[in-house]
Design a protein around this ligand. Sequence first.
Ligand SMILES: NC(=O)N[C@@H](CC(=O)O)C(=O)O
Ligand SMILES: [Zn+2]
Ligand SMILES: [Zn+2]
Length: 341
Amino acid sequence: MTQITIRRPDDMHLHLRDGAMLQAVAPESARDFARAIIMPNLVPPVVTGAQAAAYRDRILAAAPGFTPLMTLYLTETTDPADVAAAAVSGLVKAVKLYPAGATTNSHGGVRDFDKVMPVLEKMAEIGLPLCTHGEVTTPEVDIFDREAVFIDTVLDPLRRRIPELRVVMEHITTEEGVAYAGQGGNLAATITTHHLIINRNHILVGGIKPHYYCLPVAKREKHRLALRRAATSGSPAYFLGTDSAPHVDALKEHACGCAGCFTATNTMPLLAHVFEEEGALDRLEAFTSLNGAAFYGLAPNEATLTLVKEPAPVTFPAKIETGAGPVTVFDPGFPLHWRCA
Ligand SMILES: NC(=O)N[C@@H](CC(=O)O)C(=O)O
Ligand SMILES: [Zn+2]
Ligand SMILES: [Zn+2]
């Protein structure tokens, strides 16, 4: 097949940042995607409905025609009434849980779950999903085990406490995550583009590759293969959340480099490549354009996106320029023949 047309995709986990970075990266997503669940880990974070409304306006100004689906950053002092009002008005589509210290700008996140129970109970009542960065921060737990330990010691107990809570396990990276999310029902998971392509060897073999470093960190090959089976299965429990997370090169190529891969520019061609490799191009649309919308109770987009396979490799810019400095575009390390028409 040399061409495929699908419903216009949605990115159910996206970092757009703010200011000059927002101006540069928002059009990169808007080119191919209709909507995105917008992560709230700004500095300072998007905590209140009023902050989400103001951030939404800044995104719309940077990418007219793109539909940002806003989220709130859960803190131990989040007001359940403010969350409920922002959800009922249609402004906010989810609340994001960052265990304190787990990832970029997560220091204001949750330490004591007892303190957020009233918010979570309210969310369960009104059907507002909780998106989780699913890694424990316990220093003793190995970084490659932090997702699996989170599922056993945080997520599963939480879901037993509030069975009605709708949960999206964000950016799963392990076969444990695939299996747990596969229970479906009020549970689902996003999978990133880059975790379908790289394993931990890509980060570490032959020299450290800072642009492949993200959180949760890529795992062993068997986990990448489990993610590929899940993403291409067609199961409604799995959908695309790119976690495209721009950091300027100066902060990636650094003695203590930031976590995040920037995939907004070439995600759809990369996914066409992956799904073609798996013999599952007919299930690309479910992953990128149907399953996530269904979980969030949204109609799929009416507009379409056509992907074309070229005989010769297609090139993408190695970097995009932003007012804050250059940002390196994710390089899969293989020739890519797909492009968006
Ligand atoms: N994924 C990442 O490695 N980084 C994200 C944060 C996150 O999604 O955990 C970021 O905001 O930079
Ligand atoms: Zn995260
Ligand atoms: Zn993220």
